[in-house]
Write a protein that binds this ligand. Structure first.
Ligand code: G16
Ligand code: MG
Length: 220
């Protein structure tokens, strides 16, 4: 029996990945660094400070700032991101997600959240989805961002679920790697997620009956 389903937030439940991108792109441009959507793939599932480091590295500017200045840059990106989040409403829940949550809930299977975003609860609130989750791992208490399994293992623990009997859903390569490293079954949504056990093009393909079949037929 499936013991838990753990969701990533950005890019799976709603497209805040795009807002993160816009906010980083703006900050990077102020620093004379240019990033595109392809580069942004590397930032998905990566913590705020680690994302900033990757951007500075891209512009060869890693040594140009003190850690205090880096904190300020990260804070600036975050306030822009929070500004963009104000537009978010339940209409921004991606296709298929509400139906999936309802189907899982109907079977009494615990639902968890594994987002390394410190804004995760703000996002869930704006989408009116807080009640759907039995446990949300607290990003502030996580030492290692994805691809480390820590956040998925924390979510399983919080749901009292065995990782090998649990499913994780991700849109980012680092996230799929984190799910696999946790010993869970990985559902990948999007492109270039070869490590996923079950790969879907977009969230509208997240059909619970089909996910259950692929989990039952898993090899290990
Ligand atoms: C998300 C995003 C990342 C973002 C991180 C930290 O992770 O995918 O791009 O850098 O959260 O977000 P914040 O700056 O809001 O703390 P996840 O795990 O939800 O994909
Ligand atoms: Mg994501």
């Amino acid at each position: 029996k499936i013991e838990a389903v753990v969701f990533d937030l950005d890019g799976v439940i709603t497209d805040t990945a795009h807002y993160h991108y816009l906010a980083w792109k703006d900050l990077a441009e102020d620093l004379g660094i240019f990033i595109d959507e392809k580069f942004n793939e590397n930032l998905k599932g990566i913590s705020r400070m680690d994302s900033l480091e990757l951007i500075l590295k891209e512009g060869n500017r890693q040594e140009d700032f003190t850690s205090e200045e880096k904190e300020e840059l990260a804070a600036k990106k975050n306030s822009h991101y929070c500004e963009l989040l104000k537009q978010l409403t339940p209409k921004d829940i991606l296709p298929g997600v509400q139906e999936l949550l309802t189907a899982i809930k109907a079977e009494g299977i615990p639902i968890g959240l594994a987002s390394v975003s410190k804004n995760a609860m703000t996002v869930l609130n704006a989408l009116n989805l807080v009640e759907e989750f039995h446990y949300c791992a607290d990003a502030a208490k996580i030492a290692n961002s994805k691809p480390d399994p820590e956040i998925f293992l924390t979510a399983c623990e919080g749901l009292d679920a065995t990782p090998s009997m649990s499913i994780g859903i991700e849109d980012a390569s680092a996230g799929v790697q984190a799910i696999k490293a946790a010993g869970m079954f990985a559902v990948g949504v999007g492109e270039s997620l070869d490590e996923a056990d079950y790969l879907l093009k977009d969230t509208s393909e997240l059909v619970w009956e089909l996910i259950k079949v692929s989990f039952a037929n898993r090899k290990n």
